[in-house]
Ligand binder design. Structure first.
Ligand SMILES: Cc1cc2nc3c(=O)[nH]c(=O)nc-3n(C[C@H](O)[C@H](O)[C@H](O)COP(=O)(O)OP(=O)(O)OC[C@H]3O[C@@H](n4cnc5c(N)ncnc54)[C@H](O)[C@@H]3O)c2cc1C
Length: 396
């Protein structure tokens, strides 16, 4: 690391010069997250400026190769960059399904022309992606999906419907699983297609969550023409691509369980600020014990995430262990939200009005209930752990 000290110096001074003041404050609201894309409403000029400056350096995806919009940084350099960003309190310039889910699958399975076409636009936050996997009759049993893509010579004709498509109404492109061989066994007749959401025949209808927010849609495809060059990997080999992407999705979802991640204040701090302390301790002994138990679990989980994250940066595939992280991460976040409610008492159930911060606590609590459904349910993760991690005998 000593040899890298000049890099640290350069990074520090660049960040000090280029990170706008408003991008050095903690993110406290969903709107603070920059998702990019053609339809994104930037919260401020500073948010856009920060994205553009970081993208120009290749630092929205620091370890990606330069030809795909990254900076080609080594693991150690990236670690230094992250350290320097957190020292200054810099916000993440860009968060996207493109970076976290699609790109790892493209890096492995897309051809060179596809990588050069799509990855730089993801890195610069120009194109926002959504995930077209689940269908009304195919969620946990994803391989039963029915959306069809029929070979029409120079293009595929796509018909069908996807459901729970997060941010489909805000996304520019979709990565989509389609059935290309209805006669083959379920998993052998699926392909992985990319297409523009502005293509003729694509429409979306928002669906409301329990929390009152509407972050996802049902998505309809009615004779959508998709150029053949948008097929990733081989025809009918989409299941392999889909599974690889899912492992990255599960790791992304698992991050919600980490302590101090994103916009979350440590729960112990919330307890002390809300309930006060007596002799340096929380007065409520039962709550104190619950918080201590939670804190230990959260720390153990955070360290495991770090270890797996380091292994992945070193080139290891996350494999089925990503199901362990997804399961623990979503259950941890649900428990955190339950504790948050217990600490704040009845006031936390306020739903509207400034005094209740427009129901932020209650809405986050309700939103967390979806954590053990999105990205594959907890039951399905436990099945995968039993079968692929522990090697237990299973019926299917
Ligand atoms: C907030 C949110 C965002 C989402 N975003 C997206 C997205 O962007 N794109 C996308 O494609 N999908 C998305 N999804 C869909 C998500 O992947 C599915 O909801 C999930 O895979 C479960 O499928 P399902 O809803 O059809 O439930 P089902 O599969 O019908 O499951 C119903 C219940 O049965 C249980 N179950 C089913 N099979 C088994 C089994 N074999 N063993 C034990 N229990 C079983 C499940 O655990 C669950 O409790 C999102 C979901 C949510 C909640």
């Amino acid at each position: 690391m000593e040899q890298l000290e000049p890099f640290r110096e350069d990074t520090r001074s660049w960040l000090e010069e280029n990170c706008p003041a408003g991008m050095r404050t903690p993110m406290t609201r969903d709107d603070d997250v920059c998702w990019g894309g053609r339809k994104f409403s930037y919260q401020s000029n500073e948010q856009k400026l920060w994205l553009d400056r970081m993208a120009a350096k290749g630092w929205t995806v620091p370890q990606w190769p330069k030809e795909y919009g990254g900076a080609g940084l080594s693991r150690s350099e990236n670690k230094m960059l992250q350290q320097e960003m957190s020292r200054l309190g810099c916000r993440a310039p860009l968060t996207s399904f493109g970076i976290m889910m699609l790109a790892p699958a493209m890096m492995k399975y897309a051809n060179e022309a596809q990588k050069r076409e799509h990855l730089p636009k993801i890195a610069r936050g120009e194109i926002r992606w959504c995930q077209g996997y689940s269908e009304p009759g195919a969620g946990s049993d994803l391989a039963s999906l029915q959306t069809s893509a029929v070979d029409k010579g120079d293009h595929y004709l796509v018909n069908g419907s996807k459901i729970w498509t997060s941010y489909a109404d805000l996304a520019d492109w979709i990565f989509c699983l389609v059935r290309t061989n209805p006669k083959a066994p379920k998993r052998d007749g699926i392909s992985f297609l990319l297409f523009d959401m502005t293509s003729e025949g694509v429409s979306t209808a928002p669906i409301q969550l329990l929390s009152g927010a509407s972050p996802f849609c049902q998505t309809f495809f009615d004779d959508v023409k998709v150029p053949k060059e948008n097929l990733v990997s081989e025809l009918n080999k989409g299941w392999t691509v889909a599974k690889h992407l899912l492992q990255h999705e599960r790791n992304m979802a698992a991050a919600m369980g980490r302590s101090g991640s994103g916009k979350k204040k440590p729960i112990e701090q919330v307890a002390l600020e809300t309930l006060g302390e007596v002799d340096g301790k929380l007065a409520d002994a039962v709550l104190r014990q619950k918080l201590a138990r939670f804190h230990i679990r959260e720390q153990a989980f955070t360290l495991t995430m770090q270890r797996v994250g380091d292994e992945m940066k070193a080139g290891a595939d996350p494999g089925p262990a990503s199901s362990v992280l997804k399961y623990c991460g979503s259950e941890t976040n649900k428990e955190r939200q339950e504790l948050n409610l217990a600490i704040r008492g009845m006031d936390s159930l306020g739903w509207e009005g400034e005094v209740f911060d427009e129901g932020r606590v209650a809405r986050s609590w309700l939103r967390s209930k979806a954590n053990s459904i999105e990205g594959g349910t907890s039951e399905i993760q436990l099945n995968i752990i039993a079968k692929r991690v522990l090697g237990l005998p299973m019926n299917s």
